[in-house]
Design a protein around this ligand. Structure first.
Ligand code: 2HA
Ligand code: ZN
Length: 273
């Protein structure tokens, strides 16, 4: 048994929250993180004897019985690592909602985006057995880019791929882009999960970004890569002398790194299959 605050998942989550705050991506209580625990990891925690129960309608079938580490509603990412017992907790997902079985001391509860997290995990688990993590934050440049670039997601993905060599290799499925929406409700959860059936990254226009991954580091790496490309886009889009990486060059990259780009974004007729 490990004390809650000493557990490696909890510590890593607290460290990631602080890193993202330092990058300027989680002002005030912006952002939320969740992590699906394995049975082995769960067995290392001491669980509350009297779990608090919450009702939530529409729990996806494949989420019932899952244990999830998740950040608290209203938690400041700058402070999470110093208040892990209050700002992080473990929930058990049930048919009717969820139970708080560890953490969330002082009557705290999961992020207002919990429904989006549950639907997003559900969508990714359906297509990727290694899926574990959902991270949402307000990465600056990708949010800025939604003001100066068209929001059609294939065009958006193509632009990001054209900026840095790494992009098409790191996210060959491109990005999903949602128009501006109210956050924290079922609607944004459903729309986000729908995008996650075919890609791992969803941009919320004029709000932020959400990524999925097999680990905290994996999901964070996607945000870093997308935001780096968006940063270069923002610094150059109105003063370009060159047009960036061409379709032919992207095809060369895909062949060399053996990745398959999402269909309909670049001209792939020359690709060796
Ligand atoms: O307040 O980031 O999207 C947390 C959020 C909502
Ligand atoms: Zn947000």
């Amino acid at each position: 048994m490990t004390a809650f605050v000493e557990h490696k998942v909890i510590k890593e989550l607290g460290d990631l929250a602080y890193t993202m705050w330092k990058m300027g991506w989680d002002e005030k209580n912006g952002g939320n993180i969740s992590y699906l625990l394995s049975a082995d990891e769960l067995s290392e925690f001491i669980l509350d004897e009297n779990p608090r129960t919450f009702v939530l309608n529409g729990i996806p079938e494949n989420m019932i019985g899952k244990y999830i580490v998740i950040t608290a509603s209203g938690s400041n990412f700058r402070l999470i690592k110093d208040f892990l017992e209050e700002t992080v907790g473990i929930i058990k997902v049930t048919e009717k909602g969820y139970e708080i079985i560890a953490g969330f001391q002082q009557d705290n509860k999961p992020t207002s985006e919990i429904y989006m997290h549950l639907l997003s995990h559900s969508a990714r688990l359906d297509v990727d057995a290694n899926h574990r993590v959902i991270v949402h934050n307000h990465a600056t440049e990708i949010s800025a880019m939604t003001f100066v670039h068209e929001l059609e997601e294939k065009a958006f993905s193509r632009t990001l791929w054209g900026i840095i060599t790494e992009c098409i290799v790191v996210f060959p499925d491109g990005v999903g882009v949602l128009p501006w929406m109210v956050c924290g409700n079922e609607e944004i959860g459903k729309c986000t999960a729908e995008k996650l059936t075919y890609c791992r990254i969803v941009i919320w226009s004029h709000h932020g970004i959400l990524t999925s991954g097999s680990s905290l580091n994996d999901a964070f790496g996607l945000i870093e890569t997308v935001n780096k490309a968006a940063k270069i886009y923002m610094q150059t889009f109105d003063k370009r002398m060159t047009s960036g990486i061409t379709d032919e060059e992207l095809v060369e990259l895909c062949e060399f790194f053996e990745v398959t780009p999402r269909e309909g974004i670049i001209e792939t007729s020359t690709m060796e299959r």
